[in-house]
Design a protein around this ligand. Structure first.
Ligand code: MCA
Ligand code: AMP
Length: 483
């Protein structure tokens, strides 16, 4: 990043930090105990259970700088994450379905010093146990707002996932902006069954309710039946979750008593929006964000909810559109441009990736999202798509075509590989791999190979074996012809 940009960002950050509050996740909503603060694995923890047990985790881990947490949806994961936040230790959440190559990359790249809680096999890091019945009431001073709270691994178009550095201050600002947009208060009960290693399930879905003081029910898996039975007021889901609920009218109707249904992480198809409205009586709130930025745009609980549109900037956020030459694009609801954002909830850069950091920011300090959007004269945003076909969103997961191609090329039978996202009614996009083979192999074997190297959710759902890949004169695969 240029010196000028760093100074501008620092000044911007300083102005915004005046608006921030502490990220001790249990401090803001302090007061009377909450008997049902978190329910997960069918176990309910009160706020004081959580504080006592997580503080005991903090005491064990406070000497560390960064630790890896296997982000299964369990009581231990919750205690480990909150314990680290109390002690000011950086958390590296590890997807529980991580395969060998992805796991090695995350642990090495992040510099995690130990596992906190359960470890995946095949790593030589020390393991610090999390004891659910231990209690401590030690009080830790609030670490500075700039302290990195999480390193979240997220896919790029090429290469292995990059570590996104999210500070305590960014998270506090991001959560407070959402509480404002969604009128989210301690009277709500949040329900979701999203994974605890991404912004959506972990930061919004676990730290959000702790900060607001609203009970959380984590359903394990986000099935229509589990959502229907949970009895919440506020529901989070990725579009795949909502489209499965929309196809299950009984489950959908059971959500009629909720206050707000929120969709995000990928575009919510308009027919799913309409069907949910018909069955539940609620027009869902749609919001837009990234691991790098948290949530920057949302429709509001007290505002218009327009199908296919993701609303207006949340508190503290500014947006603009730029064309390929860097010129301004009019906010006329028609012209499309590259979406750029800034605000107090943005990340502090990719860990150890000067190249990617330089490419992600404009000279005047705006983050280049890589998404293409239109903005109407009222400030409403519609996300049109991504600039690159090499970033795929499948079931709300961001998957880089390049990482899947590299994994496939690591199999002895694969000579060439090209991976694309194909429209899919259930997953939004389905990962499809085109391969040229040099030896016999079954499709299942190749799919399993990716699942074991990267992670289960990055596996191609379909393999297409071809004789050649379409290439241009430069030898580059023409993916538009494949997708
Ligand atoms: C199938 N399975 C396999 C294989 N094939 N296991 C090993 N090898 C294989 N080859 C098993 C899986 O282990 C799993 O088992 C079961 O099949 C189902 O897996 P799958 O088919 O992948 O699940 P799905 O039904 O497709 O999942 C849909 C989903 C999921 C639940 C919607 O995609 C999901 O949780 N998405 C959320 C993504 C998310 O949170 N994104 C937020 C990013 P078993 O079931 O027994 O385990 S943050 C973000 O985007 C920003 C900030 C934002 O805006 O929010
Ligand atoms: P991730 O890093 O997993 O957070 O993925 C971020 C990407 O998800 C964004 O850059 C968008 O491409 C996409 N995304 C998130 N929310 C939405 C939404 N509501 N509509 C369209 N795309 C979305």
């Amino acid at each position: 990043m240029s010196g000028r940009k760093v100074t501008e960002l620092a000044q911007y950050g300083k102005r915004m930090s005046l608006l921030l509050r502490s990220l001790d996740p249990l401090a803001v909503a302090a007061g009377a105990d909450i008997p049902d603060a978190v329910t997960i694995e069918g176990v309910t923890l009160s706020r004081s259970d959580l504080l006592g047990a997580a503080t005991s985790v903090a005491e064990r881990i406070a000497v560390a700088e960064r630790v890896a947490i296997l982000a299964e949806p369990t009581v231990r994961t919750v205690l480990a994450v909150v314990g680290c936040l109390l002690a000011g230790v950086t958390v590296v959440p590890v997807p529980p379905d991580s395969g060998a190559a992805e796991l090695t990359h995350i642990l090495t790249d992040s510099g995690a010093q130990a596992w906190l809680g359960r470890a995946l096999e095949g790593t030589d890091l020390p393991v610090v146990p999390v004891r659910t019945h231990a209690r401590s009431w030690h009080q830790y001073p609030e670490p500075p707002a700039e302290t990195t709270a999480f390193i979240l691994y997220t896919s790029g178009t090429t290469g292995p996932p990059k570590g996104v550095l999210l500070s305590r201050g960014a998270i506090a600002a991001g959560l407070d902006a959402l509480a404002d947009a969604w009128s989210w208060t301690s009277k709500d009960i949040l329900v979701h069954g999203l994974p605890l290693f991404h912004v959506h399930g972990l930061i919004l879905g676990l730290l959000g309710p702790l900060r607001v003081g609203s009970p959380l029910v984590h359903t394990g898996k986000p099935t229509p039946q589990a959502y229907a039975e949970a009895g919440g007021t506020l529901y989070f889901g990725v579009p795949t979750v909502w489209s499965r609920i929309a196809e299950n009218p009984d489950a959908a109707r059971a959500l009629a008593d909720a206050r707000v249904l929120v969709s995000g992480s990928a575009p919510l198809p308009v027919p799913v929006f309409e069907r949910l409205r018909e069955l539940t009586g609620h027009a869902p709130i749609e919001r837009y964000g990234m691991s790098e930025t948290m949530i920057t745009l949302s429709t509001r609980a007290d505002g218009e909810r327009r199908p296919g549109w993701v609303g207006t900037p949340v508190r503290g956020v500014e947006t603009r559109l730029r064309d390929e030459t860097g010129a301004d694009v009019a906010h006329d609801g028609e012209n499309i441009g590259g979406l750029q954002v800034r605000g107090p909830m943005l990340f502090d850069g990719y860990l150890g990736r000067a190249d990617a950091n330089a490419a992600s920011w404009t000279d005047d300090g705006w983050f280049i999202t890589g998404d293409v959007a239109v903005i109407d004269p009222d400030g409403f945003h519609r996300i049109v798509g991504r600039e690159s076909v090499d970033l795929i969103k499948s079931g709300g997961y961001r998957v880089g075509a390049g990482e899947v191609e590299t994994a496939l090329l690591g199999h002895a039978a694969v000579a060439e590989a090209a991976v694309v996202g194909v429209p899919d009614d259930d997953l939004g996009q389905r990962i499809v791999a085109y391969v040229v083979l040099r030896a016999d192999v079954t499709e299942t074997e190749l799919i399993d190979h990716v699942a074991h190297q990267l992670s289960v959710h990055k596996r191609p759902r379909e393999m297409r074996i071809v004789d050649t890949l379409p290439r241009n004169a430069m030898g580059k695969v023409q993916k538009k012809l494949l997708a």
